[in-house]
Ligand binder design. Structure first.
Ligand SMILES: Nc1ncnc2c1ncn2[C@@H]1O[C@H](COP(=O)(O)OP(=O)(O)OP(=O)(O)O)[C@@H](O)[C@H]1O
Ligand SMILES: [Mg+2]
Length: 210
């Protein structure tokens, strides 16, 4: 795997367990002596983290949908060039909580922006970097939001959007998984964390042996 690396992304609506699973996977991979680079979107670099603060700030409810999608693209371009590309080149396993699919789902299926324009922006921002595998954690949105409320006691700007918005996101992710089943793996996230992890391991292990 040296010199090639492995790029794994986690997607899914809020509270589906992305952070929980990434944490566990990274501990196991490091224990097995893999060099792991953990990152997240929006964010992952100082420049991108500042853009993240702007995007998630509950005071910015006036933010136009086009502004939002351009900020995500800007954040991603920096993340790819500063973190993801160099890590993959060094042969590392890069694990990102959310990546380009999130823009297709949130701004495309969620906000109704033109999908072709989003794909075009993604091509610019990712500069050809595509995940080897993407886990889509799938869960009824009410359950995810309840989990988030319980653990953090508050919701950020996007989490406050109405429940129908979140339903469109879930359907968007399910659709992407159907369109690209080789890369996107739909994972049942309604079961306990161990059972979710077992589904992830079943996909990861054969990839590591390649
Ligand atoms: N399979 C599970 N069953 C029940 N609770 C879970 C499960 N996985 C995670 N949780 C809990 O749900 C909450 C949200 O989990 P986590 O932060 O991992 O989700 P996330 O997808 O990263 O959320 P966000 O979209 O907000 O980043 C946490 O309190 C976590 O402990
Ligand atoms: Mg998380």
């Amino acid at each position: 795997m040296a010199g090639r690396g492995l790029f794994i992304t986690f997607e899914g609506t809020d509270g589906t367990g992305k952070t929980t699973q990434i944490q566990r996977l990274s501990v196991d991979l490091r224990q097995a002596n893999y060099d792991v680079c953990l990152t997240r979107e929006p964010g992952g670099t100082p420049v991108s983290e500042q853009i993240r603060d702007m995007l998630l700030n509950p005071d910015h409810s006036e933010m136009a949908a086009t502004t939002e999608v351009l900020l995500y693209a800007a954040s991603r371009a920096q993340h790819v060039s500063e973190v993801i590309k160099p890590a993959l080149k060094a042969g590392k396993i890069v694990i990102s909580s959310r990546f380009a699919d999130a823009t297709v789902v949130y701004q495309g299926y969620g906000r109704g922006l033109d999908l072709e324009r989003i794909h075009h922006l993604n091509r610019i921002a990712t500069d050809g970097v595509t995940p080897d595998v993407t886990f889509v954690l799938d869960l009824p949105v009410e359950i995810g939001l309840q989990r988030v409320q319980k653990s953090r006691g508050g919701l950020d700007r996007l989490e406050r959007e109405k429940i129908e918005f979140h339903r469109r996101l879930r359907e968007g992710y399910q659709l992407l998984a159907k369109q690209e089943p080789q890369r996107l793996k739909l994972i049942d996230a309604q079961v306990n964390p161990e059972q979710v992890y077992a589904q992830i391991q079943a996909v990861i292990q054969p990839l590591l042996r390649q």
